[in-house]
Design a protein around this ligand. Sequence first.
Ligand code: NAD
Length: 387
Amino acid sequence: MMQNSKDSDKIADNFETNIKELRSRIDDIDQNILNLISERFVEVQKVVALKKRHNIPVFHPAREEDLISKLRKEAQTKSMDPDFIEELYRVILRNSRLHQTVEMKQQGVRQGAKVLIVGGYGQMGSYFAWFFSTSGYEVRILSENNWSEAQSLCIDIDLVLISVPINVTCETIRRISPYLSESTLLADLTSIKTAQLNEMLISHKGPVLGLHPLFGPTCPTLDKQIIAVTPGRSPKQCQWLIDQLILWGAIVVNSNAQDHDEIMDIVQGLRHFATFCFGQFLSKKRVELHRTLEFSSPIYRLEMGMVGRLFAQDSSLYAEIVFATPQRREMLKDFVISLNEQLTMLDTNDKNLFIERFNQTAKWFGPFSEQALRESTFIINKLIERF
Ligand code: NAD
């Protein structure tokens, strides 16, 4: 009995010593990881300083993707999960980009230039006013209430940025243009572009640029945010504004105004309208939302997140987007009519037709289906981690 208890003491002693040693080794490794991340941060700061001196943007997509591919391969040679390493590095790289973006925010391509934001107290107007003023621009605001000062606000102005509700954009362009000199760059942030760009080109003789930020004013930085650019006139005189957006971290996508609007018919018009219809149907059916969420699969939760999100926002902005143009409204009518095609299928309990339509659509989605599955699985897993 005595002997047994001594043995177990010995085993316990060994366990304690071994686990202490192992834990201390892990602590050392953690310390090293921390030191290396901190060293990496110092090196990144040097890159930022260099980029700042040369006005070079923060985000270098090809370099990031090359690095991730290289690390994924190395992870495999070490029998590690490449997805885990990719996720880890995406966090490190994003953090590094955000630090760089914050540093770069102060960097103005044309510091001291004068910017007038029409509608500058609104959501997008005040968002961009903040970016411009942080980067050393002189920012002036023209709101509904100080049009009597419009002429003096336009003196020596380098950029006029229109950020008023969509339905008053064209009349606002007509109203402000007589106060602008031929060297003033006139730009707008409107979510639709054809009529607005046309109006800018007719009303103003100087440089013209259409912009459409594909994000809302709640994004804390412009890191990797897409801004559609529809060129108008005098691209050379407009380039500094594009360079500034890129320097703040945005990704610029060029398009002509008509193509932009056609793409937005789908990306914004159809997307928001279909979501609106779905949400309204749920409410009309008096679905017990909370009860359904208690039983929800992660995909339902994600879907509800997207639907609920729409109804947490400004109805008039979405009304402007959905009803933007006669073409968009026609396309949305086609969508509603197309739903009727499903009625007979349901009435006749035609599962074969459903399968046939399903397979045809899957074929149309092509390789994107695989990518969509991967990306949505990633998002769903994130959701599960959090909620
Ligand atoms: P908003 O209603 O928040 O702001 C518009 C501002 O313009 C308000 O302060 C309003 O008082 C002012 N205004 C109205 N009429 C005016 C006039 N005649 N003269 C001067 N000021 C006037 O709207 P917002 O969401 O900031 O949208 C502005 C523009 O940005 C729109 O063209 C919209 O399409 C575009 N946009 C918005 C978002 C977004 O998520 N909010 C995203 C991308 C693009």
